[in-house]
Design a protein around this ligand. Structure first.
Ligand code: ADP
Length: 248
């Protein structure tokens, strides 16, 4: 049985009087992809912000690979890579220079930094554009570069906050290909989206959140079984069935 990598336990957070996240709990197993689904304003970004340690929860706890996520740097936080909604790239630097900068912030240097940058660019399929500036990239390519930046420190868990918002279908597929490659490497993923169809291809487990609360936490198959039937099966018989068979 897979072991638990991340455990989010009864986490809550308010902004002033507004309760953005209200007692959210879910888990991510080793190697699992969890789709965190909900409409705009449901509390997805706030939840993943707390998981990464970027936001402080008001109550509850988050445990990553056996260690509590708290304030300040920690080994647990280094095991997480975060791809935020807002692109955080330096437009005046080439892609490779951007990655070297991000890698250096994680304390990487020398041959290891170079190797990680090359691996990450290859994974997101941008190796041939490494020396171009992100300003010459499409929106989807910038997103993929952002994914590469979040992978440099070799995190066990990659969290992507709505990575396909505003990108064309072809780029969306390229992002999915990258995420499938990461899955095949055995990494765990949390993928937030407001579209169920978005996560169908990737997610092993789906957590639906609205108004800051978890409404469902199950496999896609179990979730579909709970939906009302949307299609009827119509069969035509080539000959009248015998009375015995109809009653069987
Ligand atoms: P989602 O990612 O699902 O769209 P968010 O976590 O961004 O949801 O937001 C949840 C709720 O918290 C929303 O009502 C949003 O308006 C509010 N909210 C988010 N960030 C802030 C903030 N920095 N200050 C005040 N309210 C916020």
């Amino acid at each position: 049985m897979a072991s638990v990598l991340l455990s989010v336990n009864q986490v809550s957070k308010s902004y002033g009087a507004r309760k953005a996240v209200d007692g959210v709990s879910f888990q991510v197993q080793q190697g699992q992809t969890v789709g965190l689904i909900g409409p705009n304003g449901a509390g997805k970004s706030t939840t993943v912000g707390m998981v990464c340690g970027l936001l402080r929860s008001d109550s509850g706890g988050i445990v990553m690979d056996g260690e509590a996520i708290g304030q300040g740097p920690s080994e647990a936080k280094r095991k997480i890579g975060f791809v935020p909604q807002d692109l955080a790239l330096y437009e005046d630097l080439s892609s490779l220079e951007n990655l070297k900068l991000f890698g250096a912030l994680y304390g990487l240097k020398g041959a290891l930094l170079k190797q990680r940058c090359e691996q990450a660019l290859a994974l997101v399929n941008l190796a041939d554009r490494a020396h171009d500036k992100p300003s010459t990239y499409s929106g989807g390519m910038k997103r993929r570069l952002n994914i590469a930046a979040a992978l440099l420190h070799d995190p066990q868990l990659l969290i992507l906050d709505e990575p396909t918002v505003g990108v064309d279908p072809q780029s969306r597929n390229a992002i999915f290909d990258t995420l499938e490659a990461l899955k095949a490497q055995g990494r765990s993923l949390i993928y937030t989206s407001h579209y169920m169809e978005e996560v169908e291809r990737l997610a092993d487990h789906i957590v639906i959140i609205d108004h800051g609360k978890v409404l469902a936490d199950e496999t896609p198959a179990a979730l579909y079984r709970r939906l009302p039937a949307q299609a009827a099966l119509r069969a035509e018989l080539s000959a009248a069935p015998s009375a015995a068979r109809v009653s069987a």
